[in-house]
Ligand binder design. Structure first.
Ligand code: NAP
Length: 264
């Protein structure tokens, strides 16, 4: 299937590894020109080299921490030079904080908000002018989480903030229509990236078990009895960013092996 993005330009933020990296790879495989961004220059260099090796394409990169307004201002300047007209923006920065309500102080709530919500808002703001210049109409894909659709225990702060991202895409998908920009989100379930391998190692140490035992335990709740692979989640972002999804707007699509099964 031709997704129609050949020759278009995309920016993927949070692309040095995990789901963002696979989203960048998927877009490159569809023939898009892809720019990548995340915090660590070393990780970005390695990711750009791996993407070039896999797809043959040169991948320009820019190091920025989306929790820092100054970094995102510099990203905006760089983007203006690299892609005065941007077709696709994918934001894949975020994560959950495993803690009970009583363990969370204001600083923890604010840090999660900056990481999950404000960072995404800043990146969208930085990319908005170039997205308005897209000839085919801009597309924004935000990675949320399945959590707010079936709030996990011990994750109140990210359940709340990822729910905010669903409200963000549903609002912006309407507000940006005068600019011909579609906005959607992908809500991943448990996916085997460093986010989970690190967590499994920590929980395993606390419980005196092996990390694979922790992954097995958390897989049991998933109807498919396994975690997702990052490329399985990224495939939905590539589709939503493509012209095959030309009438999909303001949606939050679960890709979670069936863990969140609410009727609405
Ligand atoms: N994995 C899951 O089970 C799961 C489940 C639900 C939702 N999600 C969501 O899916 C998205 C991707 O998750 P993932 O598992 O692929 O994450 P990941 O493996 O932890 O990768 C995160 C990426 O974002 C970059 N990053 C982290 N903090 C950043 C910051 N402050 N500024 C800029 N870049 C930053 C990282 O690179 P640097 O370290 O170099 O910055 C890396 O490239 C996130 O929004 C996450 O919440 C994941």
């Amino acid at each position: 299937m031709d997704l129609g993005v050949k020759g278009e330009t995309a920016l993927v933020v949070g692309a040095s590894e995990g789901i963002g990296y696979e989203s960048a790879k998927g877009l490159l495989e569809e023939g898009a020109r892809v720019l990548i961004c995340s915090r660590s220059a070393d990780k970005l260099k390695r990711a750009a080299a791996a993407l070039e090796q896999a797809t043959g394409a040169k991948v320009p990169w820019f190091a920025a921490d989306v929790t820092r307004a100054g970094d995102v201002a510099r990203l905006k300047d760089w983007l203006g030079q690299q892609a005065p007209a941007l077709d696709i923006l994918v934001t894949a920065v975020g994560g959950s904080h495993r803690a009970l309500f009583e363990e969370l102080d204001d600083a923890a709530w604010i840090a999660s908000y900056e990481f999950n919500v404000l960072g995404t808002v800043r990146v969208i703001r930085a990319a908005l002018d170039p997205l308005k210049q897209s000839k085919a109409g801009g597309r924004i894909v935000v990675f949320g989480a399945a959590g707010p659709r079936m709030p996990y225990p011990n994750q109140v702060v990210s359940n709340v903030h990822k729910a905010g991202l669903i409200a963000l895409v549903k609002t912006l998908g309407a507000e940006f229509q005068p600019f011909n920009i579609r906005v959607n989100s992908v809500s991943p379930g448990r996916t085997l990236t460093s986010l989970w391998t690190t967590r499994a190692e920590k929980l395993a140490k606390e419980r005196g078990v092996k990390p694979e035992d922790v992954i097995h335990e958390f897989s049991e709740e998933i109807p498919m009895k396994r975690f997702g692979r990052p490329e399985e989640i990224a495939a939905m972002a590539v589709f939503l960013a493509s012209h095959k999804a030309s009438y999909v707007n303001c949606q939050s699509i679960l890709v979670d092996g069936g863990i969140a099964r609410g009727l609405v």
